[in-house]
Design a protein around this ligand. Structure first.
Ligand code: XMP
Length: 512
């Protein structure tokens, strides 16, 4: 296992992902992790991340000394390399030349970290992002790579297995980055590739059985990726000791409630209680037009319904949740800040005090792509594992203004046509999120000889990696035309379809 100490770089999470992609388990903690915790983690190797500060500034962060005394290989990246140089007796200068973006580095030593790795003879195409640089090597270090502006672009002390790279191997712009990180974690640290879905599942099942024993577990199943994977995993670990509660709030996509029941209760034979709360949600939402007020009502009623179902069950000790690693870590944080702050899960954040469960969170240390691989290995269908994210309040925030049964039914049908055509044309997987939005305005249309006034549907499709920024998807006009024709022809209550061409920012992805 590999320990990553985070100095706050925007790329730190990527290091953990790349190491895990190499099949090696890694965890990331703030740079000021306690010595005892570092020893207890018992790493095969340590990676020091980049960071925004300057080693030359007063009180800038340093790696705990124990990092260099454990006798395990250490790789410093960018700031991590600079603090390594400083702490081991070299020096860093506040760079006059700032280097950002693509650079070619010349390999000066081909048999160490870069063994058998190059883009062109003796050259690596890398991604640089730094102002400071190491200008004096620590004793017993040698130069491994250089650029004209950064003569010490990589360094190592082969005897102690200490390495530093000024560039960022964790970003995909560094073409050989994955190979370099693999070389470090597998060849140099000797950490071996046990981090496969099968292995994770076996490990988790063992841990879950040890934690749960013969107790009962309750899970709020939403039909989303995370809770579905938790359900499949727990079912395999403890079988009928698991009860799932699926709250149907009437704001789900077409046939979704039935599909969830068929898959989990039917195909997988799990105990799933479907709470049919559609009318209750709709009546609580009647007359409410403010988006935030709608969100609060949907959240509150969800908790009420879930708690009522939970109280009907006897002797449940544990509540399982689909918390995943990005929910848990705050990458740029330290003890002074907010390292490992636990975000309350938006679904079951506020259960009433009398429902005092112990938590089971088997995905707490996994990234989304790892959760997906687990799900596929557990036999969940590809289409459900790779579906777009769906907001907790569901269609409640995709019907602008007041939510009504009639609007929800129209929107569901329009959305289903949109999804069907996106899947058929291969565009579903090319977009990160796509959905229809109900506009509560009537627009004129003409059918045969008559005019009709009917509702407007907006189509939204975006490309994004992190959902913080997004570009509207450039769907082919022919596809948009096909979808629009189908919606207007098959749904008499719709007279007009529009395509949303706003990017985020300044627009958001959802309309409310
Ligand atoms: P925005 O609209 O803020 O959305 O650009 C970014 C991402 O967050 C999702 N979203 C929500 N998810 N409850 C959720 O669980 C909500 O209230 C909510 N609002 C937005 C949205 O679908 C997109 O993926």
């Amino acid at each position: 296992r590999i320990l990553i100490l985070d100095f706050g770089s925007q790329y730190s999470q990527l290091i953990a992902r790349r190491v895990r992609e190499a099949g090696v388990y890694s965890e990331m903690y703030a740079y000021d992790m306690d010595e005892a915790d570092i020893r207890a983690f018992n790493p095969n190797g340590i990676i020091l991340s980049g960071g925004p500060e300057s080693v030359t500034a007063d009180n800038s962060p340093r790696a705990p000394e124990v990092v260099f005394n454990l006798g395990v290989p250490v790789l410093g990246i960018c700031y991590g390399m600079q603090t390594m140089a400083e702490q081991l007796g070299g020096s860093v200068e506040n760079g006059l030349v700032h280097e950002f973006g693509r650079a070619d580095v010349k390999i000066e030593q081909a048999d160490g970290l870069f063994k058998d790795i190059q883009d062109e003879p003796n050259t690596l195409h890398v991604w640089m992002s730094h102002g400071d640089k190491v200008n004096t090597l620590p004793p017993s270090f040698t130069v491994n790579a250089s650029t004209p502006t950064c003569p010490i672009a990589a360094m190592s002390d082969e005897a102690r297995h200490f390495y530093g790279v000024q560039f960022h191997p964790e970003v995909t712009h560094t073409k050989q980055g994955e190979a370099i990180l693999k070389r470090f974690v597998i060849d140099i640290c000797g950490a071996h590739g046990l981090w496969t879905p099968e292995h994770i599942i076996d490990l988790r099942i063992e841990q879950l059985r040890a934690q749960i024993g013969s107790e009962k577990v309750l899970l709020g199943l939403s039909g989303g990726v995370d809770s579905s994977v938790v359900a499949a995993l727990l079912h395999r670990a403890i079988g009928d000791q698991l009860t799932c509660v699926f709250v149907d709030n009437g704001l789900l996509r077409l046939n979704e409630g039935d599909d969830v029941m068929t898959m989990f209760a039917g195909d997988h034979g799990m105990k799933v209680i479907r709470a049919n709360a559609q009318d209750r949600f709709l009546s609580e939402l009647a007359g409410v037009t403010d988006p935030e007020a709608k969100r609060k009502i949907i959240g509150r009623v969800f908790i009420e319904v879930f708690a009522e179902e939970a109280r009907k069950l006897d002797g449940v000790k544990f509540l399982a949740q689909g918390t995943i690693y990005p929910d848990v870590i705050e990458s740029a944080a330290s003890k002074q800040g907010k390292a490992h702050v636990i975000k309350s899960h938006h679904n079951v954040g506020g259960l009433p005090a009398d429902l005092n469960f112990d938590l089971v969170e088997p995905l707490r240390d996994l990234f989304k792509d790892e959760v997906r691989k687990l799900g596929t290995t557990l036999g969940l269908p590809h289409a459900m594992i790779y579906r777009h994210p769906f907001p907790g309040p569901g269609l409640g925030v995709r019907i602008l203004g007041e939510v009504k049964q009639e609007y929800a039914d129209i929107l569901r049908r329009a959305d289903a046509i949109f999804m069907e055509e996106l899947r058929k044309s291969g565009w579903y997987d090319k977009t990160a999120q796509a959905f229809a939005v109900f506009q509560p305005v009537k627009s004129v249309g003409v059918v045969g000889d008559g005019r009709r006034y009917a509702w407007v549907i907006a189509l939204r499709a975006v490309e994004t990696i992190d959902f913080m920024t997004a570009r509207f998807a450039h769907l082919p006009y022919d596809l948009v035309e096909l979808i629009s024709n189908r919606i207007m022809n098959e749904i008499a209550e719709v007279s007009r379809v529009v395509y949303d061409v706003s990017s985020k920012p300044p627009a958001t992805i959802e309309w409310e």
